[in-house]
Design a binder for this molecule. Structure first.
Ligand SMILES: Nc1ncnc2c1ncn2[C@@H]1O[C@H](COP(=O)(O)OP(=O)(O)OP(=O)(O)O)[C@@H](O)[C@H]1O
Ligand SMILES: O=C(O)CCCC[C@@H]1SC[C@@H]2NC(=O)N[C@@H]21
Length: 253
């Protein structure tokens, strides 16, 4: 895979021929790298997913992108927005490539007709000094190369051309723009405009959902919004619950 054009968008873009996990490499080097530095590989051998799962991609079939964010002067409670902005950025980058577009499942999975084409893993740096936002994008895997029946690739979903560099550039342009918009909107603690965009893109809002909470409990209800800290608000028989982390399933009633 070749990467050509993305360097102008971010201060540091390093293409690794191979990496265990780009999130791990970037976290280890975060102290020496600037805000919005990016590591990318098309050959990630030890990818990690959310909730301790593996992220599996055969060499040369997928992109692994990790972006370092070092926002200055933000309260750590605001950090919950960044994974949502990454999901929105990726949905804008991938949406035009496939017939029928993409959907975002809260917090940041990007789906095509319900199947996962991109997963995002946001990890805090020690002392809340920043975050690493990792995104895995399934580009050209065949059905047999995907780990589950509910995952897909851009090629399988009907993208006519799958250019890794174009996907990378589009994502970085969208993410860096949203990130700068977020930082410059610090006068509006509710981030109303950005919140509206995230809610608009998030397919989960307005749907009946089951949320498997980190405690192991299940929450059944309807997703009705996103709160000031980026948490999903679920309305159930027990009232409203703000969910910071969990596995969401869209239910079809
Ligand atoms: N390349 C990949 N593409 C999609 N899913 C992957 C990939 N590699 C590993 N996985 C993992 O396979 C599982 C896919 O599960 P599934 O598509 O059923 O969605 P899910 O359980 O709702 O996922 P999630 O918990 O991320 O919302 C997830 O745990 C995901 O992290
Ligand atoms: O479980 C998920 O949905 C999140 C998957 C995140 C995968 C990406 S690939 C780039 C970065 N490096 C990793 O080890 N994980 C993330």
């Amino acid at each position: 895979m070749e990467f050509r054009r993305s360097r102008a968008i971010v201060p540091v873009l390093e293409v690794l021929p191979e990496a265990g996990s780009t999130n791990d490499v970037l976290r280890a080097r975060a102290g020496d790298l600037p805000d919005l530095a990016v590591l990318v590989t098309g050959n990630q051998t030890g990818g990690r997913g959310r909730l301790g799962r593996d992220w599996v991609t055969p060499p040369g079939t997928a992109l692994a992108i990790s972006v370092l964010l070092k926002p200055v002067g933000l309260p750590p409670t605001s950090f919950g927005w960044f994974p949502l902005l990454a999901g929105l950025a990726m949905s804008r980058a991938l949406g035009p490539l496939v017939p029928g577009g993409v959907q975002v499942k809260w917090p940041n999975d990007v789906l095509i007709e319900g199947d996962k084409v991109c997963g995002i893993l946001a990890e805090l740096l020690p002392g809340m000094s920043g975050l690493v936002i990792g995104a895995g994008v399934n580009l050209v895997q065949t059905r047999e190369q995907l780990p589950t029946a509910t995952s897909t690739s851009l090629a399988l979903a009907g993208a006519e051309v799958v250019d890794p560099d174009a996907v990378l550039s589009a994502y970085l342009i969208q993410l860096s723009t949203l990130y700068r918009d977020f930082l410059s909107a610090s006068g509006d603690p509710n981030r109303s405009a950005l919140r509206d965009e995230v809610v608009e893109a998030c397919h989960t809002i307005g749907r009946p959902v089951r949320v498997q909470l980190p405690s192991g409990d299940d929450l059944l209800g309807t997703a009705v919004g996103i709160d000031d800290d980026g948490r999903l608000i679920v309305e159930s028989d027990a009232g409203r619950t703000a969910v910071a982390a969990g596995d969401v399933t869209h239910l079809r009633y």
